[in-house]
Ligand binder design. Structure first.
Ligand SMILES: [Zn+2]
Length: 197
């Protein structure tokens, strides 16, 4: 990490299994994303991509835990619930038995930018990244993923353009894209539509 970069901290404050309703909303779409290669593991065995949903009428959200990218199907315990966060201090407070990833902060930035947004999908896709970079809202190439700067850049793009749904490219995060919408199925639709357009 560069000097001056605020290290990501996650604080676990217990375990609260996600509801059957939330699991039913997020898990089938997450599985589809995995099948389509939007979420998975790279040649080095490192996981990429994550999906989250807002918990009804709150700023809390449920997100795939870190180190789950290799699995096609997940269980309720493979998700964590983010219940508090401080974007400027790069820390989150969460419930769950697994680790919350530093990428949760970027999802948090999307939710805090617009209350209409209920789902966020982060994927890696070389073809789509090359196709859309600087053609859709794109964060600066000097900003890397999981940093305070990325969270702020994403939040600014959504706020300034008043986006309720759409797709963003992260120039400083090779192959990294973010789709956001009112539900996870729409996030996936935005990605597949962008691929075929
Ligand atoms: Zn990524």
């Amino acid at each position: 990490m560069n000097e001056g970069v605020i290290k990501f901290q996650s604080i676990n404050v217990g375990f609260d299994e996600i509801s059957t309703f939330d699991f039913g909303t997020i898990n089938p779409i997450r599985k589809q994303c995995h099948k389509m290669g939007f979420i998975g593991i790279n040649e080095d065995g490192i996981g990429f991509g994550n999906l989250s949903i807002r918990v009804l009428k709150s700023n809390h959200f449920i997100i795939t835990a870190s180190a789950t990218g290799h699995r096609l199907d997940l269980e309720p315990k493979d998700y964590v619930k983010i219940i508090d966060l401080d974007i400027l201090q790069n820390n989150i407070t969460y419930l769950g038995t697994k680790e919350a990833s530093s990428e949760s902060l970027t999802h948090a930035a999307v939710y805090s930018a617009n209350s209409q947004i209920k789902a966020v999908l982060h994927i890696h896709h070389t073809v789509l990244w090359n196709k859309l970079i600087f053609k859709v809202p794109t964060t600066d190439e000097n900003i890397s993923y999981g940093t305070v700067e990325m969270a702020q850049a994403i939040s600014n793009l959504i706020r300034l353009r008043k986006l309720n749904e759409g797709i963003l490219v992260m120039a400083g995060h090779q192959d990294g894209l973010i789709a956001f919408a009112k539900n996870p199925a729409d996030c996936l639709k935005i990605i597949t539509r962008a691929l075929t357009d």
